[in-house]
Design a protein around this ligand. Structure first.
Ligand SMILES: *[C@@H]1O[C@H](CO)[C@@H](O)[C@H](O)[C@H]1NC(C)=O
Ligand SMILES: *[C@@H]1O[C@H](CO)[C@@H](O)[C@H](O)[C@H]1NC(C)=O
Ligand SMILES: *[C@@H]1O[C@H](CO)[C@@H](O)[C@H](O)[C@H]1NC(C)=O
Ligand SMILES: [Mn+2]
Length: 336
């Protein structure tokens, strides 16, 4: 339906990566809804253009620049900057109903049935089940509601310093008024819940529809080795085994990275090689020369052929498609 949309928010390039994966996961599960991403003014042009190829609408939200009530509210509550940006989703009045999803969520199956729910439907927060988790919620855009939310925000602030506090304060009858606004556990699954509520996960995990990567370390903060298909970096033991984290990275490396590659990858990728350490420089220089030969060889492939290989899962990780090479390239675009 043209007047219903999934909406997400990316305030910077890190979260934009999350939004790219989320958008891809919604598309892969054949959503019939529009996809909208709100972005902050910090998001770089290359990221913006990639988001444009995944989302139907990319809208820059600069609350500081808006000169309206949102700006005035924000001057009174500068601590709630990102929250005001998120509340902006209520102004998308060309849509009659929307589902907001945090950029740190991942969709595991088609969830279009969420649009059968009314405002404000959301899943209980794992930490405090009388509150809803504001990572996924159903809402109806309305300038009137937006105005009231801003007013509420300005007068009451947020009990947790973020949007979850504001939204739970404003939609305060959620816990008691209408149980149909409580999304079931399968929309309520967080990566934390897997470990904290293992029995529940064993029972419901198989039907999980959305994963919300709660907590400070986001999927994009980890490192990933596409050869072994493992997530590395400073990970907790439990996280290493998280199949959802792997799902995120598989999607990122197979669906998002190739798009970046398509868009910016026509130049050779070995520009970052001068970082070679002096210690074993001879060996490394040799390896480097070899890598460059391989790069030269694979560069003969047309980008269509390369794309085809990517799609078949036969990415040339050692040569032109080397994940490290690609990552170096990306990092020059994605301001860390
Ligand atoms: C990106 O934005 C999020 C909140 O929207 C914030 O928590 C995070 O620290 C920001 N990251 C960077 C690198 O600025
Ligand atoms: C999405 O649609 C395509 C083409 O109609 C189909 O091949 C694919 O299996 C569908 N994917 C899912 C997850 O339903
Ligand atoms: C949501 O998840 C929490 C734990 O993650 C659980 O305690 C709660 O019962 C779940 N809510 C529903 C409606 O399934
Ligand atoms: Mn989140």
């Amino acid at each position: 339906m043209a007047d219903q949309a999934f909406v997400t928010l990316a305030t910077n390039d890190s979260y934009a990566r999350g939004a790219m994966v989320l958008g891809k996961s919604l598309r892969n599960h054949n959503t019939s809804k529009k996809l909208v991403v709100l972005i902050g003014p910090q998001v770089s042009e290359p990221c913006k253009s990639l988001l444009k190829s995944i989302y139907d609408e990319v809208r820059v939200v600069d609350v500081l620049d808006s000169g309206d009530t949102a700006h005035l509210s924000m001057m009174k509550r500068p601590d709630l900057g990102v929250t005001f940006t998120k509340l902006h989703c209520w102004t998308l009045t060309q849509y009659s109903k929307c589902v907001f999803m945090d950029a740190d969520t991942l969709v595991l199956s088609n969830i279009d049935e969420l649009f059968d729910r009314e405002e404000l439907s959301a899943a209980p927060d794992p930490g405090w089940p009388d509150c809803f988790n504001s990572g996924v919620f159903v809402f109806c855009p309305s300038m009137e509601t937006h105005g009231k939310l801003l007013q509420y925000c300005t007068e009451h602030g947020s009990f947790d310093g973020g949007d979850q506090g504001v939204l739970n304060g404003f939609f305060s009858d959620w816990a008691t008024a209408d149980i149909s606004k409580h999304l079931p556990f399968i929309y309520n699954l967080s990566s934390i819940a897997i470990y904290t509520y293992l029995p529940a996960f064993k029972q419901y995990g198989g039907s999980a529809k959305v994963v919300h990567f709660l907590g400070k370390t986001k999927p994009w903060s980890y490192k990933y080795d596409p050869k072994t298909k493992r997530v590395t970096g400073s990970v907790q033991e439990a996280d290493t085994h998280s199949t959802f984290l792997l799902d995120w990275w598989n999607l990122y490396s197979t669906a998002v990275v190739p798009m970046m590659h398509e868009e910016y990858g026509d130049q050779p990728f070995h520009s970052g090689c001068e970082e070679v350490e002096s210690s074993s420089s001879h060996v490394q220089a040799h390896a480097q020369a070899q890598a460059q030969e391989e790069v030269a060889a694979t560069e003969k492939l047309t980008s269509d052929e390369r794309r085809e290989k990517w799609e078949q899962g036969q990415a040339d990780y050692m040569g032109v498609d080397s994940f490290d090479n690609i990552k170096k390239k990306l990092d020059t675009f994605l301001k860390k």
